[in-house]
Design a protein around this ligand. Structure first.
Ligand code: THU
Length: 303
């Protein structure tokens, strides 16, 4: 089956009442308010989420955003007749990354869906989704989105490229899950020589969560730090960048070793948060830039 195609626009909307009135005046048909809860699970490959809409469940598995373009076949929609049980099972077995809860007022105007969304923790948003007709070259869909954009007075500065899940993650929604992952990794560390167990958890740019533990060796220099293991897990799973770090050990205040600060800086930014944690949770949060000022960067060095 050919994949569905949309022309989409998402923007902040501080006045949903005015937007609703303008959309109705332009001839949009009000389809009422939907309750949607999207639960994202930790998945080794791609993304996995359960959508609950007014009690009905659908399990949605899809490729990472950067691969989805080329691999549209890697998209599965599975009806979930018992969403509550499925959510509990997947949450226990895989872990939950983030939950996006929203009320969505759906309006239809020609083949454009207008979403007036009130998202838990994020406020009110407007989405336009022109569903492409088969064989369309998308000109008409772009024209309709542009027309509605003008009618609904959507300003350039209100338009965003990020999804709700990513916004919640940037605001720290996955931090407790990262702490859990670091704790589990720490418990599995192989440290028979130092007896010092370290667990590290990382969040990548697409909301993927990855963990690693230190693995020692009787030939001491062959041992590896937990950061290195977590970074390998992130790269192996298809991640590209580090957006958040938890480092955990049962000591007063664990800090990554110098070499691992350099390792992290390869994929993270100076402003990336690094949570320094003990078994009970975060004790202090610093940025990578604070841990490694004047980091070595080959491109910079060659200038
Ligand atoms: N260790 C880490 O895993 N990460 C760090 O940043 C500091 C040190 C590990 C390496 C070794 O297995 C043990 O802690 C003692 O140095």
């Amino acid at each position: 089956m050919a994949p569905h195609r949309n022309v989409e626009l998402k923007a902040r909307d501080d006045d949903p009442e005015a937007t609703l009135a303008a959309a109705l005046a332009h001839g949009a048909a009000d389809q009422g308010v939907l309750t949607q809860v999207d639960t994202y699970f930790v998945a080794r490959e791609g993304r996995l989420k359960l959508r609950e809409q007014d009690g009905a469940g659908t399990l949605i598995a899809y490729a990472r955003a950067d691969e989805a373009v080329a691999r549209t076949s890697a998209y599965h929609l599975v009806p979930a007749p018992d969403p509550a049980a499925l959510k509990a099972a997947l949450g226990d077995a895989l872990g939950t990354v983030v939950v996006v809860e929203k009320f969505r007022r759906l309006l239809l105007w020609e083949n454009v869906r207008i979403h007036l969304d009130a998202v838990e923790g994020l406020g009110t948003w407007l989405e336009l989704e022109a569903v492409a007709l088969a064989d369309s070259d998308l000109t008409d869909e772009h024209r309709k989105v542009a027309e509605l954009r003008a009618v609904l007075e959507i300003a350039d500065e209100d338009v965003v490229a990020t999804g709700y899940a990513a916004m919640l993650l940037e605001a720290g929604a996955a931090t407790p899950r990262l702490v859990d992952l670091a704790r589990r990794a720490m418990g599995r560390a192989y440290a028979p020589y130092s007896h010092f167990q370290v667990g590290v958890a990382l969040r990548d740019e697409a909301g993927g969560l990855h963990a690693g533990a230190n693995v020692e060796n009787s030939s001491y220099p062959q041992g590896t730090c937990a950061e290195a293991a977590a970074i390998s897990a992130l790269i192996t799973a298809g991640g590209h960048a580090i957006r958040e770090v938890v480092v955990m050990a049962d000591t007063e205040l664990i800090v990554p070793c110098g070499g691992c600060r350099q390792r992290l800086s390869e994929l993270a930014a100076p402003e990336t948060p690094v949570h320094l944690a003990g078994p009970e949770g975060i004790r202090r949060t610093v940025t990578l830039g604070e841990l490694l000022p004047l980091a070595f960067d080959l491109e910079e060095a060659k200038r």
